[in-house]
Design a protein around this ligand. Structure first.
Ligand code: MG
Length: 204
């Protein structure tokens, strides 16, 4: 399986990192070795001094598809989860400055927290009005609403499937809202989607 991630999909997060607003989705991949199941601790890697959490809604693909039309995209998923796109911000900054790919900053082991639980979309109602939160040490740190995405889930599927065949079990991380911050050993990170606790991890 593969993990497809969308960057710069929330205007307020683009502003906080002083990034340019993209004219089409920013796309990158994480390998399956990046997955951190929500019961495991996250160990800060040695090559970075500045890891940030980015809480993101995750879409799980349930059928094979390529060149998916946006109006049929809803048929390609029926469950939604929540995760963290961990980012070594210092490494990413170096990559950006040199115009290099971001994988070292975003695709390392443990860099993709994936909730154990996924919720059926029928239970969630309107996916373009989904609320989600990240609490760091029990303080609200990130608050998201999918209505603020520049590209919604169906638009993302239409876009990325022009480049990659989507397979059953592939995950799509849909971008983070504002409020990203550094994590340090001892922190706990709790993710909430539609009032349900989706993950609760310790940083070591
Ligand atoms: Mg992200």
């Amino acid at each position: 399986m593969k993990i497809i991630c969308i960057g710069r999909n929330y205007a307020q997060h683009i502003a906080e990192l002083e990034n340019e607003r993209p004219s089409e989705p920013v796309v990158f991949l994480k390998p399956d070795t990046a997955i951190l199941l929500s019961k495991q601790p996250f160990f800060i890697p040695e090559f970075t001094n500045d890891v940030h959490h980015e809480v993101e809604v995750i879409v799980k693909i349930n059928r094979l598809g390529k060149h998916i039309d946006q109006k049929f995209a809803h048929k390609y998923y029926d469950e939604i989860g929540l995760g963290i796109d961990f980012t070594a911000r210092d490494v990413q900054q170096q990559c950006k400055e040199k115009g290099l790919p971001w994988e070292k900053a975003k695709s390392f082991d443990g860099a993709a927290v994936v909730s154990q639980q996924f919720i059926k979309k029928e239970e969630l109602g309107d996916l373009n009005n989904l609320k989600f939160e990240l609490f760091k040490n029990d303080t609200l740190q990130q608050e998201g609403d999918t209505s603020h995405m520049l590209w919604d889930i169906d638009a993302i599927i239409a876009h990325v499937s022009q480049y990659f065949t989507l397979k059953i079990g592939d995950l799509i991380f849909t971008g983070t809202p504002a409020g990203v911050s550094q994590v340090v050993p001892g922190d706990t990170l709790k993710g909430i989607l539609a009032n349900r606790e989706m993950f609760h991890i310790k940083v070591k």
